[in-house]
Design a protein around this ligand. Structure first.
Ligand SMILES: Nc1ncnc2c1ncn2[C@@H]1O[C@H](COP(=O)(O)OP(=O)(O)OP(=O)(O)O)[C@@H](O)[C@H]1O
Length: 255
């Protein structure tokens, strides 16, 4: 996946300013950066729910931004943390919405769609909640249903906006393992993350956004240095090496 020169303006102000993002197929890219840096906006540009002012998103030979909505939705899905007011739907129906781009215009869901939805719910550990009203779920349960809906869409490019938000530590690790399993199966994943240690532990590459611009990008170890963390977030941190994985381990200075 290679996005180039993406720009987006709000109230005349560039909030995404000529951004290039490249994430190899079948790998996991983390987008990090301070509040308001433009991470969510960038994901929305990639999935086409916000219109880019300029730029292209090349994936498997086509520019996703040029595709019709339905065709694009067969390739790229965004698991969001917001946008879930009262739906009045059962959990299984929310996840079935992910099948919309695959179901013929005048057709209805079939056995295959129901199996894919059941598998997606099982993958996120939400099968026991299938018939519950989505509106009664906790924040973490909703987050997992959002992911199930994106998985049911069977995208080749999976975008996740702060997917670990609301999740307890075990649910966080299991979600990231699930993303890792997806990339091992050839899916390309891009997640906006706040937890730098989660990014360091799971991502293959990191893209650092600040004020709508990419200020660093590359593999985790080369990008996540104490200098960069200091520059971007204005905090002090030592970057250690995880004793078993060899990946960066960030210890914030709280003294
Ligand atoms: N609906 C909106 N209307 C006006 N400005 C917005 C809107 N949504 C976002 N913005 C602004 O656009 C900029 C980028 O926001 P965005 O949500 O993409 O940042 P982010 O990096 O995802 O932030 P966070 O880490 O806080 O979730 C911010 O300055 C934000 O205030």
């Amino acid at each position: 996946m290679a996005a180039s020169r993406l720009s987006f303006r709000r109230d005349g102000k560039l909030v995404i300013d000529g951004v290039d993002v490249s994430v190899p197929v079948g790998s996991f890219g983390a987008v990090i950066g301070p509040n308001g840096a433009g991470k969510s906006t960038l994901l929305h540009l990639l999935v086409g729910t916000l219109p880019a002012e300029s730029g292209a998103v090349l994936f498997d030979g086509s520019d996703l931004l040029e595709l019709r909505r339905r065709d694009r939705a067969r390739i790229v899905a965004l698991s969001e943390q917001h946008g879930d007011g009262d739906t009045g739907l059962a959990v299984t129906d929310v996840v079935m919405l992910g099948r919309t781009p695959h179901i013929g215009r005048f057709a209805s869901e079939g056995e295959t769609d129901r199996r894919i939805v059941a598998d997606a719910l099982a993958a996120v550990g939400m099968s026991p909640f299938a018939e519950r009203s989505f509106d009664t779920l906790s924040g973490g349960e909703r987050q997992r249903v959002h992911l199930a809906r994106a998985l049911a869409q069977q995208p080749r490019l999976l975008l996740l906006d702060e997917p670990t938000n609301h999740l307890d530590v075990r649910a966080q690790l299991s979600l990231l393992s699930l993303v890792r399993a997806q990339t091992a199966a050839g899916i390309t994943a891009i997640a906006a993350l706040h937890d730098l240690n989660i990014a360091a532990a799971y991502a293959d590459s990191v893209i650092v956004l600040s004020a709508g611009r990419v200020i660093a990008a590359g593999n985790v170890a080369s990008v996540l240095t104490s200098e960069l963390i200091g520059d971007v977030y204005g905090v002090r941190a030592d970057v250690l090496t995880h004793p078993r994985t060899g990946r960066p381990l960030i210890a914030f200075d709280t003294t």
